[in-house]
Design a binder for this molecule. Sequence first.
Ligand code: DX5
Ligand code: ZN
Length: 227
Amino acid sequence: MVRPIIAPSILASDFANLGCDCHRVINAGAEWLHIDVMDGHFVPNITLGQPIVASLRKAVPRPDDASSDKPKAFFDCHMMVSEPEKWVADFAKNGADQFTFHYESTEDPLALVKLIKSHGLRAACAIKPGTPVDVLFELGPHLDMALVMTVEPGFGGQKFMPEMMPKVSKLRELFPQLDIQVDGGLGKATIPAAAEAGANVIVAGTAVFTAADPADVISYMKQEVAT
Ligand code: DX5
Ligand code: ZN
């Protein structure tokens, strides 16, 4: 059985206080941090790169790092970049735990999955709203996670697209054990549709980082996925 995982997107954090902001959402129950990497080419926005990941890794150790008592989290890197192949080694070296590339950004998804795994990372593949889910059918058995985008990648704070849910249901039907992530516009109002379709890894930026009580939002979404 897949388990519910909430992954706050640091895009909605206060970058001047990134470490503290991340500790706050981890202490509120988040197990993953979703790190949105944008290159201004694959998407029309620029965010952050591996130096930030490396700094954040010092403030937020891996979940299995018994040598530290700091708040810990799994780093889920969502690579909205052209030529993702170029960055696998760097992100592995700088503290990523999972590397999610876009299906639309590479000519050989399977070779990229193998490259990612060869660096000791979990491998995931994302599809934009306009990309049919069928492209993941063959790749699915090789993936650790599939990401169904529920907004056009590029910006936080957009409106959830419920019409993407049939893609999630289809993947869940075909791959009962696969982690299936949804990303964009998720919060208390939209989690029921995503949970019902079978998503178990929930990215939420605005909904978690701007909440007066992030623990309440995180536990609510987790509960919705679990039931
Ligand atoms: C959009 C990013 C998302 C985004 C989610 O391109 O991939 O991760 O930050 O933000 P919210 O939850 O605010 O829609
Ligand atoms: Zn994302």
